[in-house]
Write a protein that binds this ligand. Structure first.
Ligand SMILES: *[C@@H]1O[C@H](CO)[C@@H](O)[C@H](O)[C@H]1NC(C)=O
Ligand SMILES: *[C@@H]1O[C@H](CO)[C@@H](O)[C@H](O)[C@H]1NC(C)=O
Ligand SMILES: *[C@@H]1O[C@H](CO)[C@@H](O)[C@H](O)[C@H]1NC(C)=O
Ligand SMILES: *[C@@H]1O[C@H](CO)[C@@H](O)[C@H](O)[C@H]1NC(C)=O
Ligand SMILES: *[C@@H]1O[C@H](CO)[C@@H](O)[C@H](O)[C@H]1NC(C)=O
Ligand SMILES: *[C@@H]1O[C@H](CO)[C@@H](O)[C@H](O)[C@H]1NC(C)=O
Ligand SMILES: *[C@@H]1O[C@H](CO)[C@@H](O)[C@H](O)[C@H]1NC(C)=O
Length: 222
């Protein structure tokens, strides 16, 4: 009987631990009410990752570590937290900053990291509609860059998803003489890289989970 009870307890803990896999979604907008069509840089971040190193895989010289967590106080009162850690704190033990947001609210989200080195053209402020869901939620008409956890290479289920970075079709980034446009066409993800506006090269950056040479467990698509 005792063993049976213990088993039941263990099973119920296991059940709820597995079920507690959730995602915090940031759907980008340019207005403070999140009413205009979605445009910008978004994220969907797993809450079951103990520590995410360099959210967005950006080229930062000193990338930060991140955790995404949440807490429910009542039916309509769920808070979502994004915490940042020093890049040397790779176990995410002492948070530097904590950003709290009410579920399903439109929030100023300048704290989200940029996944590239440059300035976004014609985007001044970024707001995000934040939500907590069982499966990731993505904005329409965007390039999706999904990072899966090691060591399950070539297994790209949502249960292994660490985060997805989303970039709106048509978004352009400038860095000095260089620019990059993110393009979705016919379900294929492209980057249009230009030097001095005229010398451009379009490259297909679509990447599937089990594609040969895909060593980083990253998947890119539209
Ligand atoms: C970002 O771009 C600037 C200007 O091109 C360059 O000086 C800098 O080293 C770059 N930073 C990183 C982290 O790549
Ligand atoms: C939760 O929100 C719903 C719909 O807005 C409302 O009808 C309900 O009274 C709210 N419940 C609480 C506990 O605030
Ligand atoms: C991160 O840690 C390094 C080494 O411990 C330290 O030099 C640096 O100032 C820290 N950065 C921040 C933002 O706390
Ligand atoms: C958070 O908001 C989303 C979007 O409205 C909703 O689907 C989800 O159930 C909410 N989660 C919680 C825990 O209230
Ligand atoms: C769009 O993609 C489909 C499937 O990859 C391909 O068969 C079709 O030719 C493409 N159309 C254009 C206009 O590139
Ligand atoms: C861009 O054009 C300017 C002026 O013609 C030139 O000086 C510069 O070297 C060019 N940049 C690159 C990266 O080729
Ligand atoms: C883009 O690249 C992917 C992956 O290499 C390939 O499967 C697809 O056919 C390419 N699409 C086009 C339109 O070149």
């Amino acid at each position: 009987m005792k063993i049976f009870t213990s088993l039941l307890i263990i099973l119920s803990i296991l059940c709820c631990f597995v079920k507690s896999q959730k995602f915090i979604n940031f759907i980008p907008y340019q207005d403070y009410e999140c009413l205009t069509p979605s445009f910008g840089i978004g994220y969907s971040i797993s809450t079951s990752q103990p520590c995410i190193y360099n959210l967005g895989n950006g080229p930062s010289a000193t990338p930060m570590s991140y955790t995404a967590t949440w807490e429910s106080f009542s039916v309509n009162e769920t808070y979502l937290y994004l915490k940042t850690y020093n890049y040397t704190d790779m176990a995410c033990q002492s948070a530097l900053q904590q950003y709290s947001m009410l579920n399903n609210s439109c929030t100023f989200s300048s704290f989200l990291p940029l996944p590239f080195n440059g300035t976004v053209v014609s985007v001044t402020f970024q707001y995000s509609l934040v939500s907590l869901t069982d499966e990731p939620v993505y904005p329409p008409n965007s390039l999706l860059f999904s990072q899966y956890a090691e060591p399950n290479f070539n297994v790209c289920d949502n249960s292994d998803l660490m985060f997805t970075t989303t970039i709106s079709n048509g978004l352009k980034v400038v860095n000095g003489d260089y620019s990059t446009s993110y393009i979705c066409n016919n379900n294929t993800a492209y980057l249009d890289n230009c030097i001095n506006r005229t010398n451009c090269k379009l490259s297909n950056v679509t990447l599937s989970c089990n594609q040969a040479g895909n060593a980083n467990n990253q998947v890119n698509y539209c």
